[in-house]
Design a protein around this ligand. Structure first.
Ligand code: CAA
Length: 257
């Protein structure tokens, strides 16, 4: 598939998706949505890929949903199309996706980063939910996911005032897993993804599924779900290989079986 708003590359076993609408600071219009969803889905289906990185430019991961595209939209349009529902498919990607965020991650940009499995931020990153300044509110998950990441008080502060959070505050409050110098962001994110891609794919995918279940269920059900997945991994060659390699003091050679 030809892409106009993103760049799609592979680096070994890692799929790299780069948002590429520099003139609009990577604002997320319907074409970006379609292309990102298709690229993630293609990497998900590709047996040669073990993990993905989603990134933007040094100035902007993404400055939000495309305001110019939304400006004239009516309530009837928004409601009948179930506007933004398309991003749900992205969140159903089963292989891990790391968001590598430099510069602005605002509105839908912050929300897209939060749809990924974890966020590595460059030290110039700025996160925010400024929809309130436009007379609207978060619509791609900000009020729900940001609250789960940073708690009620900070989520209310961000969504109600529209202020931005810098990388240090984002790390302090649990929104991002690590902050690195912006010049090293791509390399660090690709390194983390390459490491994940070396592990046994079924155990990686089940780990992602189990952590995500923590957001959807009670602790007792989540623990049971985790144990059942854990048990099922003993049916795989990779469990035997991983544990044998440890005992024999060698590197494991996983077959994803
Ligand atoms: N949609 C459409 N175009 C955008 C955009 C967006 N979200 N953000 C930036 N752009 C465009 C600007 O209109 C401008 O285009 P022109 O050159 O044609 O005028 C270009 O990108 C560069 O932007 P600026 O000149 O504004 O750059 P700056 O460096 O002065 O400011 C900024 C950067 C602070 C990020 C500023 O662009 C900004 O505030 N952008 C909007 C942020 C925002 O409100 N995001 C939320 C969108 S709503 C949403 O996301 C809903 C949801 O929940 C999903």
């Amino acid at each position: 598939m030809a892409h106009e708003t993103i760049i799609v590359e592979t680096r070994g076993k890692v799929g790299l998706i780069t948002l590429n609408r520099p003139k609009a600071l990577n604002a997320l219009n319907s074409q970006v949505l379609a292309e990102v969803v298709a690229a993630a889905s293609a990497f998900n289906a590709d047996p040669g890929i073990g993990a993905m990185v989603l990134t933007g430019s040094e100035k902007a991961f993404a400055a939000g949903a495309d305001i110019k595209e939304m400006q004239a939209m009516s309530f009837a349009d928004a409601y009948t199309q179930d506007f933004f529902i398309g991003w749900e498919e992205f969140t159903r990607t089963r292989k891990p996706i790391i968001a590598a965020v430099a510069g602005y991650a605002l509105g839908g940009g912050c929300e897209l980063a939060m749809m990924c499995d974890f966020i590595i931020a460059g030290d110039n990153a700025k996160f925010g939910q400024p929809e309130i300044t436009l007379g609207v509110m978060p619509g791609m998950g900000g009020s729900q996911r940001l609250t789960r990441f940073v708690g009620k008080s900070k989520a209310m502060d961000m969504c109600l005032t529209g202020r931005m959070m810098d990388a240090a505050e984002a790390e302090r409050s649990g929104l991002v897993s690590r902050v690195v110098p912006v010049a090293e962001l791509a390399e660090e994110a690709l390194k983390a993804a390459a490491k994940i891609a070396e592990f046994s794919l079924p155990s990686v995918m089940m780990t992602k599924e189990a952590v995500n279940r923590a957001y959807e269920t009670t602790l007792a059900e989540g623990l049971r779900f985790e144990r059942r997945l854990f048990h099922s991994l003993f049916a795989l060659d990779d469990q035997k290989e991983g544990m044998a390699a440890f005992v024999e003091k060698r590197k494991p050679n996983f077959s994803n079986r």
